[in-house]
Design a protein. Structure first.
Length: 84
C-alpha cells in the first residue's frame, strides 16, 4: 500500500508541474544608497565603510550628537586619544 501511495503522489506531482506557469521576471531600478540607523560607533563605522564602497549614505541619529556611548569616554584605546 505504501508503494502504491508513493506512486500516486509522484503522479500527482508530475501532473501539477505540467500545468504550472512561469513567473514573470520584473526588473526595477535600484538606487545605490543605504540608511544607517544610529550614530554610535557601529553606525559611524558602517556609514564610512558603505561610503567607501560608493554608496550614498543617510545616517539617522535620534540625539543631537553622534558617537553614542563613545562620546562619554574620556580616552580611547589604542591611541589613548580624547574620544570627543
Amino acid at each position: 500500500m505504501a508503494t502504491q501511495k508513493a506512486i500516486e503522489l509522484i503522479k500527482a506531482g508530475i501532473a501539477r508541474a505540467e500545468v504550472l506557469e512561469d513567473i514573470p521576471t520584473k526588473t526595477v531600478p535600484v538606487e545605490k544608497a543605504a540608511l544607517v540607523v544610529g550614530g554610535g560607533i557601529a553606525g559611524l563605522t558602517a556609514s564610512i565603510d558603505l561610503a567607501n564602497e560608493g554608496f550614498k549614505v543617510y545616517l539617522v541619529e535620534k540625539k543631537s550628537t553622534t558617537g553614542g556611548r563613545m562620546a562619554q569616554l574620556d580616552r580611547t584605546f589604542p591611541t589613548d586619544d580624547c574620544s570627543i
